[in-house]
Write a protein that binds this ligand. Structure first.
Ligand code: ASP
Ligand code: MG
Length: 420
């Protein structure tokens, strides 16, 4: 018997028929003797609908009231699921975040979980019940309802799994796992059986939008094995088979099973580059340029600067495309004249491609295979950044798909045999 948390996304909860299927699946786990806590999202489209209603009333809604409104989506789907489980003959009860309670800070619409009381959940499980806890929401120290930010049910599920020390947290979703790259770009992309938390963080933050990043951070920190799997398989699929399906996101020791040097190719079109030419090369320049950007709460991703021989250098960095106009403005008004740069060249037509793998720690020559592959395709590299388990390059965005396909092939990602 295991203690398991199931999380179902909006698509999986998208209609009463689908909710019945979720109930059938949960009933199967329960019948096999497992203790199950279920964390559902709102029905698909519901959170958007609710937030849209708020915007019909006012263009500047109060965060506290937005949370009161948005949290109802999860409350409705939780109650519906409890009814569906009861119809399957299962003793099930749903709880809103404040009833558990799932304690958060007071940052409305993007609250962070601070503590979860496990007593009520564990008592209900011991009484033989399936416990449903609303995703996405909690309660702040003042007793106000909070929500965790869009996609936050993943984090709810992982945090609850950590709190009750669950054996595994299963994230049921509309894809069947985590892929070596986006299958829409590379049709031969392969589902991974297992990936480490660290690799998943790199893959998630670089655009494999399967899981909310924060949930993966949480899972790694509290050592909760996560599994991403499909909710669209028949609910009566044999349990043994279901338990091994999807992608397990786990500790490095276990993830090394597949022993690939590079596990996946991540990419993002969300970058924009700013080049400052002819910047005086002296102490304090990097701070003079980037300090103001940081003060404006804008994250900087890649940075390139060379030491000069003639007293001036070029300084380039990238930001998220959403922040691009703002940064260009800061540069124009505050930075370029102040530091005495000769020219600024903003460029939105860039994309970032990364190879990710824990095996890179112990293998040399991986980055050079990446560079050779891009050279063979005649793709110019504008910037490079590396970490222990990742090498990223910035390229012109029109070459993105070509680069991803070539790298996927060069690192043999489609042909790797399934390790099972
Ligand atoms: N219902 C919320 C959203 O749509 C939370 C979630 O689905 O994870 O963002
Ligand atoms: Mg989601």
């Amino acid at each position: 018997m295991a203690l398991i948390v199931h999380k179902y996304g909006g698509t999986s909860m998208g209609s009463t028929e689908r909710i019945r299927n979720v109930a059938k699946r949960v009933a199967k786990w329960h019948a096999a003797g497992h203790q199950v806590v279920v964390v559902p999202s709102a029905m698909s489209g519901e959170t958007n609908r609710l937030l849209g209603l708020a915007l019909e009333i006012t263009a500047t809604p109060d965060g506290r009231e937005l949370d009161v409104i948005a949290a109802t989506g999860e409350q409705a789907s939780s109650g519906l699921l409890a009814l569906a489980l009861q119809a399957e003959g299962i003793n099930a009860r749903s709880y809103a975040g404040w009833q558990v309670p799932v304690q958060t800070d007071s940052a409305h619409t993007k609250a962070r979980i601070t503590a979860i009381d496990d007593k009520r959940i564990l008592a209900e499980l011991d009484a033989g019940r399936v416990v449903i806890v609303t995703g996405f929401q909690g309660v702040d120290p003042g007793g106000n309802i909070t929500t965790l930010g869009r996609g936050g049910s993943d984090t709810s599920a992982v945090a609850i799994a950590a709190a009750i020390k669950a054996d595994e947290c299963l994230i049921y979703t509309d894809v069947d796992g985590v892929y070596t790259t986006d299958p829409r770009v590379v049709p031969t992309a392969r589902r991974m059986n297992v990936i480490s938390f660290e690799e998943m963080l790199e893959m998630a933050s670089l655009g494999s939008k399967v899981l909310q990043i924060r949930s993966v951070e949480f899972a790694g920190k509290y050592r909760v094995p996560l599994r991403v799997l499909s909710s669209l398989t028949p609910p009566d699929m044999p349990l043994e088979q279901e338990m091994r399906s999807g992608t397990l996101i786990t500790f490095e020791e276990d993830a090394q099973m597949e022993a690939a040097v590079v596990s996946g190719i991540a990419f993002t079109r969300d970058e924009a580059k700013i080049m400052l030419l002819g910047v005086p090369d002296k102490p304090g320049v990097a701070y003079a340029i980037l300090g103001k950007v940081a003060d404006a709460n804008i994250d900087i991703d890649m940075i390139v600067q060379n030491q000069s021989v003639d007293g001036t250098t070029d300084f380039s960095f990238t930001v998220h495309r959403n922040d691009f106009q703002k940064v260009v403005q800061i540069m124009q008004t505050d930075i370029v004249p102040a530091v005495g740069a000769r020219q600024m060249i903003p460029d939105e037509n860039v994309a970032k491609v990364s190879i990710v793998g824990i095996g890179m720690r112990s293998h040399a020559g991986i980055a050079s295979l990446m560079f050779k592959t891009l050279a063979d395709e005649n793709i110019n590299i504008q910037m490079i950044s590396t970490s222990e388990i990742k090498t990223s390059v910035l390229i012109q965005d029109k070459y993105l798909e070509l680069a991803v396909r070539a790298l996927h092939k060069a690192f043999d990602l489609e042909t790797k045999p399934e390790a099972e």
